[in-house]
Design a protein around this ligand. Structure first.
Ligand SMILES: [Zn+2]
Ligand SMILES: [Zn+2]
Length: 713
């Protein structure tokens, strides 16, 4: 290296040393400007920034000073001072207390909505509660010792819930358990994204080895709908009893599983009056009773402490379509053995009188519809398990030379099981496939389909929207709702009816005879008040336990038993899911203790949904969600880019520039201040969450779920 070159390098080095502080400073300034360009002069949030340079300088100075004192200060009252230092003026007009109040009210609402079905120790001060109207205390529950000589009746689901469903009952004696029914409950609109719920069977899982038999009263989903989730949990050798149709429906459901379990199905013929000894102490007998599905039964359970009559679902008809309820056998048992305890369903206890008509009347009226609207297609919508109703449609259609096609997954499934178990009579050459029937003239076409409850994805609605593969509603069509809306479904049914009427079609709904001059077109499957009075009188039970119903139904059922039948109040118990009811050796009933019960929630993909997720969904549906993503420098702890803000189901960001500007300003100030006191990320997140919630509440009156995400790079 020559002298000239050496001099040149020395000069450059010197220059660099002289200019280095300047370059550093420029770099820092530049960085600051980039990080917060929105607040820089000309930036879109400029107006929100008050004297940024000075404020920043002050903070930095303070920071250096404080750093020296930190150790000492921390020892004295660290949190208050540090937190105070990080506090940012939020420039809000609402007090924090108002926001907290709003949040508390909101969380109360969300909890109330999300826990309608979840049972801890429910309030039950009914005079039939087994404690003479006093609420059971935790101390009483804790000190409850099971009577070793008592038969224990434990409802796991179906009592006192919001809606009717997930019926399941345990009968237990000296370490032997029998299980009756495994139903689902369809969640209402209050449970966003939840399709159905099933009983939590923890108690049975803990006592699996004791389960001697599983019995099913009938094949409605509120009695068998949980089978595919629950049956695989039991020992596959456990005998499963039910009628042919009921077991057929269960097998159909199980066949939807990927691994179909080999189970010990034991078909029962209720007309044989067989007393099946299912364990050392229990024998069971299935009794044929009328309801709205084939193969329906009640179950008589003989125990060392007397006979229990478990009604299942039932109705009374003077002139039934099929075989009459087996009153003869019931009377025989009542006379010879007596009923020590009757569990009686409560569904229609609020309906006065008796059933005013029979299923035959419904059939006649379906025929009249076909006569009155003879030139067009007839579309009958009913519950898919109403095999008797379907048989009537087939009969009336065949008599008029009409053909019948079926549509809807559950409709076709149920029909298959009914045909296989010989539960339906089908006239010759009447049933056709959908793709063939549409080629016939309209006056030969009858269609039976699902969707009578206004279900969005069911066949009827798909026909309305034009989404059905074969049928689009025409103005010459006549649609019959051979059903009543289940409470809660009314608005959906109205929606479907409106859609049909808009297409110009005729709609014939049950219960609107004054408009259509046709009806009745439906018959409820459950006994009315006077039917209950007659039947309970007939059974003359010593003890009485209403089941299968919401709380008011249980209460009204109990009142009937006391006031009309004359069963002493002390012999009647209204319990909730999980309550242990003991039938003692001296044939008395009493409540004694509780077991763990609850719900498992499932979405329409059969995946379990956690309760916490439901609460979040409800919260978000009401208030929205607000996500802030901050990128801080690992070295300096400062923001190195404008925070990303995501708002969903809350405010539309493009219309909220002022608010977003305010939030960005807050975030910049907050992170600047936090650098000086260097809080844990967790603390910083909490503080940001609270402040942002306050700013949002101040601007909108809502407190969305705020999620701060902090990345350090
Ligand atoms: Zn039923
Ligand atoms: Zn039922």
């Amino acid at each position: 290296m020559n002298k000239q070159e050496q001099d040149r390098r020395a000069h450059l080095l010197k220059m660099r040393e002289e200019r280095l502080p300047g370059i550093k400073k420029n770099f820092e300034e530049l960085q600051k400007r980039n990080f917060n360009s929105n607040f820089a002069p000309g930036g879109k949030d400029e107006k929100l920034v008050k004297k940024p340079a000075k404020a920043a300088a002050k903070t930095t100075k303070k920071a250096t000073k404080t750093a020296a004192k930190t150790a000492k200060a921390k020892a004295e009252k660290p949190d208050v001072t540090e937190a105070e230092k990080r506090k940012v003026n939020l420039s809000v007009s609402t007090k924090k207390g108002e926001m907290v109040h709003h949040q508390r009210m909101l969380s109360q609402d969300v909890n109330a909505q999300a826990t309608q079905h979840i049972i801890g120790v429910p309030v039950n001060k009914s005079r039939y509660n087994g404690y003479k109207g006093a609420q059971v205390t935790n101390a009483q529950l804790k000190s409850a010792r099971p009577d070793p000589e008592a038969v224990r009746i434990i409802p796991i689901g179906g009592l006192g819930e919001f809606g009717i469903g997930k019926n399941m009952t345990i009968i237990e004696y000296k370490g032997e358990i029998i299980v009756v029914d495994m139903g689902v409950l369809f969640a209402g609109d209050d449970y966003p994204g939840v399709n159905y719920m099933i009983p939590d069977i923890k108690y049975l899982e803990d006592n699996m080895a004791n389960v001697k038999a599983i019995l099913f009263t009938h094949a409605h989903l509120d009695h068998i709908g949980a089978c595919r989730h629950l049956l695989p949990k039991f020992n596959p050798l456990t005998p499963i009893y039910g009628t042919d149709f009921t077991l057929g429906m269960i097998k159909k459901q199980m066949s939807e599983l990927e691994d179909i379990p080999e189970l010990n199905y034991c078909p029962v013929d209720p007309f044989k009056h067989e007393q099946i000894k299912v364990s050392e102490h229990f024998s069971v007998e299935f009794i044929h009773t009328l309801h709205s599905i084939p193969g329906n039964t009640a179950i008589v359970i003989r125990t060392p402490n007397g006979v229990i009559y478990l009604s299942g679902d039932w109705r009374h008809e003077e002139k039934p379509m099929g075989v009459q309820t087996d009153y003869e056998r019931i009377d025989e048992i009542v006379k010879k053995e007596g009923i020590t305890l009757m569990l009686n369903e409560s569904t229609n206890i609020d309906s006065p009188g008796k059933h005013p008509h029979s299923e035959y009347d419904v059939g006649d009226n379906l025929g009249k519809v076909m006569d009155n609207y003879a030139s067009g297609r007839i579309i009958v919508s009913c519950f898919s398990s109403q095999i008797g109703r379907i048989e009537l449609v087939l009969k009336e259609a065949a008599e008029r030379g009409r053909k019948v096609a079926f549509s809807g997954f559950s409709m076709i499934n149920n029909l298959e099981v009914a045909l296989r178990s010989k539960s339906i009579k089908v006239p010759k050459d009447t049933i056709m496939k959908m793709e063939d029937i549409i080629k016939l003239p309209d006056d030969k076409v009858t269609i039976v389909c699902t969707g009578s409850q206004g279900e969005l994805n069911a066949v009827l609605n798909r026909m309305v929207t034009g989404a059905h593969k074969y049928i689009k509603i025409k103005s010459t069509d006549t649609i019959v709702f051979s059903s009543n809306p289940i409470p809660g479904n009314e608005p959906h049914v109205v929606n479907t009816v409106d859609g049909l009427l808009r297409e110009g079609a005729q709609v014939i709904q049950n219960g609107k005879n004054h408009i259509t001059n046709l009806g009745p077109l439906h018959l409820s499957g459950h006994a009315y008040y006077e039917d209950h009075v007659e039947f309970v009188t007939r059974l003359n039970p010593t003890n009485y336990m209403p089941y299968h119903g919401e709380f008011y139904m249980l209460e009204h059922n109990a009142e009937m038993a006391e006031n009309v039948i004359g069963i002493p109040r002390d012999n009647i118990i209204i319990s909730d899911d999980g309550d242990v009811v003991e039938l003692t050796k001296d044939r008395k009933i009493r409540r004694n203790g509780r077991i763990t019960v609850g719900n498992k929630l499932y979405d329409d993909a059969d995946q379990q949904v956690h309760e916490a997720v439901i609460k979040d969904r409800i919260h978000i549906s009401r208030e929205g969600i607000f996500v802030i993503i901050l990128t801080l420098s690992k070295k300096t702890g400062r923001l190195i880019k404008t925070p990303d803000i995501v708002s969903r189901a809350f405010i539309y960001l493009d219309n909220s520039e002022d608010l977003i500007g305010k939030i960005r300003h807050y975030l910049r100030t907050k992170t600047d201040k936090s650098v000086s006191t260097d809080p844990e990320l967790k603390t910083l997140k909490e503080e940001i969450k609270e402040d942002i919630t306050h700013i949002l509440f101040d601007a909108t009156g809502h407190t969305p779920i705020v999620i701060p995400v902090i990345n350090k790079v």
